[in-house]
Design a protein around this ligand. Structure first.
Ligand SMILES: [Zn+2]
Length: 130
């Protein structure tokens, strides 16, 4: 985990990253491949990814806890779950990219009562909604 402050990314910049992404993972980022949210793989080297920026920075106003509407039968772990950058949890995400092929990933830390779960999801343009 870097201690460098992350660059702020607007939703428009994140959308552009998604649109210019390669079609799939490369050998380096394949361990992170997940079209839906998944726990950050403990066995993979996070050094294959580098931080691009964040949609929320410490000191910003608390973003909304509202989630975007999902189609019936689609939960938020699903690969079919929409990515709405203004809704939870995307409005608190960091965006990382593969150092080799630039495939972008969303990263989010879920804080529970007694646990912390690092989550990662590929940032796919076709899942983006307004
Ligand atoms: Zn890659």
């Amino acid at each position: 985990m870097s201690t460098q402050p992350l660059r702020r990314l607007s939703a428009a910049e994140a959308t552009e990253l998604a649109r210019s992404a390669p079609a799939g993972t490369c050998n380096h980022c394949r361990p992170f491949a997940s079209p839906g949210w998944t726990s950050f793989p403990a066995t993979a080297s996070a050094a294959e990814l580098e931080a691009v920026g964040a949609l929320w920075l410490p000191g910003d106003d608390e973003p909304t806890l509202d989630e975007s509407p999902r189609p019936t039968g689609v939960d938020d772990w699903s690969a079919a779950a929409p990515i709405s950058l203004v809704h939870r949890p995307y409005n608190r995400c960091e965006i990382w990219a593969c150092r080799h092929c630039r495939l972008p990933f969303l990263r989010y830390t879920e804080y529970g009562g007694y646990y912390m779960d690092l989550r990662i999801r590929e940032l796919h343009a076709e899942r983006l909604v307004r």
